[in-house]
Every structure is written in C-alpha cells, then in structure tokens.
Write a new protein. Structure first.
Length: 295
C-alpha cells in the first residue's frame, strides 16, 4: 500500500539523516535548516497514525575541495528531500562564490543527470556529496562562452519559495510583543494578521527566508507555549515579485481583535475568527488550530 511505502521512505530518510549527522558532526559541514519538518518526519515514523508531514526536510551540506592550484574551495549544497524520496530524486542546488551563473547551472544539471542515471530509487545524498567533492572544482574554470543558456535554465536557479506560517501561542497579551510582531513583519515585508488574547494566533506570509527570520525572532521571546501549527510552501520557480503579491491572502499585517468576551475581556470570539478565515479562503486552518469544524 502507499501507506507502507510512505512509512518505508520516511524511515530511509531518517536513517540517512542520522548517518549524515554522525559522519559530519559539525554545523559547518551539515546542518538541518528545517527542524520542524524533521520532527514531523520522526513523529510520522514513530506513530503509525500520524499525518503525512506537511513540509520537506531541508538541510545544507558544505563540501571543501581542492582546486588545481591547491587552494581550498567551499561548495554549499542546499538540499531538500521530497516526501517520496528516495523513490524520487532529492532536490539539490550547489553554489559557490567562485562559480559564474552559467557554470553553476551546468554543474547542477550535470549532478542531476548523474543521480538520475545511477541512483534512481535509492538513498544518494552521500553519492551526491562525493560527486560534488570530485567534480565541482572543474566547473570553476570552465569556459562557457559556447554554452548557451535557455531562459528556463536561468530561472530554475532562482527558485523562490512563498511561505505562510500559522503560529499558535497559549496567549498574547504583552504590548511589547504585539508591537514586535507588527514591526518585524513590516521590516521583513510580511503580511498576515495577529489575533491577541487567549489563544494567540499569528499568521505571516511572504518570502520563505523572511518567514523563517520572523519565526526565529519571535520564538526567542519568552512564551508559555508557542509553535508553528501549519506551514504552507509554494515554489515560485523564479516567477518574481508579482507572483509573491499574487500568492498573498492578506494585504498587510494587522492586529485583528474579534469582540472579546469572558471575565478579563480577553477571550476572542472564535466564531468571528472562523468567518474571517473563511473570507480569506483559509477556513481549513481553523480546524488545524482548534481541532473542530468551524461554523
């Protein structure tokens, strides 16, 4: 069944990630950039009933290699494991400050070809790393004047990802935190909304890197409990700024207070929150937060 295949693929991913972290114990060699996705994957493997993870495990592998004139060059491999990996290939982008754009494109497409021909359906992160170690330096001096780059190759490298984070907090009352949420979102060009009170709900959307920066700042503040309830990632394949605006469901980031009730006047009316989300085409999120159908 697909369920069994999924479990098996997830187990292979976990054991491969464990292997990488034991071989490359230092952050500068190997670092998982999306701990949430890794936690979800482990949870999925440990609990038969768990939901299929919502985002791919992402990590960086850095490879130092010698170039012919004996100096060391560092190549960085930004990797993501699709949920069906190793049945499908990993997503890898190799970068180095010494590569021109067309050299980088050629290197990445050669690596992909090598993986497709030799490692379809089996774990291949170590083989990919080996390949980069052995071959990448040769691309630095490649003269590519004869290499014509198609527009689709060019945009392929600039895969920007649009992300929407749904953050849940036990409560948000503190004025300074509420100010931080609004100010940081503005600074990072994120839109969304913040519903203070108990529980507290924050939604931010925009460039993936900006959302991650926002989350790393927010979680450093002191909270009774705060977590990402749900995360949406849409790959924009280099379609640029206009596409980011098109993906947004919220025009700006504003604080939304829905008629409060309750002794301290701080319990938000969740019915109103539901209708607000429904208007924005996000009604299904309500269930993720509160585990019940809305209305």
């Amino acid at each position: 069944t697909t369920e069994m295949a999924n479990q098996e693929e997830a187990e292979i991913q976990i054991s491969e990630l464990d292997l990488l972290s034991s071989m490359f114990p230092y952050e500068e060699e190997f670092a998982v950039t999306d701990q949430l996705a890794l936690a979800e994957l482990k949870h999925y493997v440990e609990n038969e009933s768990a939901e299929v993870p919502s985002s791919k495990v992402q990590f960086i592998l850095n490879v130092k290699t010698e170039v012919p004139n004996a100096s060391m060059v560092e190549f960085s491999m930004a990797c993501a494991l699709p949920f069906k990996y190793p049945t499908v290939l990993p997503e890898i982008t190799v970068r180095s400050s010494l590569l021109s754009r067309s050299q980088q494109i050629l290197l990445n497409s050669d690596l992909k070809t090598c993986l497709m021909q030799n490692f379809r359906g089996e774990p291949c992160m170590l083989s990919a790393r080996e390949w980069v170690k052995d071959h990448a330096a040769a691309y630095i001096d490649k003269d590519l004047s004869s290499f014509s780059m198609t527009a689709s190759d060019a945009t392929q490298l600039e895969v920007t990802t649009f992300t929407r984070l749904w953050i849940y907090s036990h409560h948000i009352y503190n004025k300074q935190k509420r100010k931080n949420i609004i100010d940081w979102a503005k600074e990072l060009s994120l839109s969304g909304f913040c519903m203070p009170g108990k529980p507290g709900v924050v939604c931010v959307e925009g460039l993936q890197s900006s959302c991650e920066e926002f989350w790393s700042r927010i979680r450093r503040l002191t909270w009774k409990r705060i977590l990402i309830r749900h995360r949406e990632d849409v790959s924009l394949e280099g379609r640029g700024h206009a596409e980011i605006q098109k993906q947004r469901k919220f025009p700006t980031l504003e604080e939304k207070c829905f008629d409060a009730h309750g002794a301290r006047g701080n319990h938000m009316d969740l019915g109103q929150l539901y209708h607000f989300l429904e208007e924005k085409g996000c009604a299904d999120i309500f269930q993720m937060y509160f585990g019940v159908e809305g209305h």
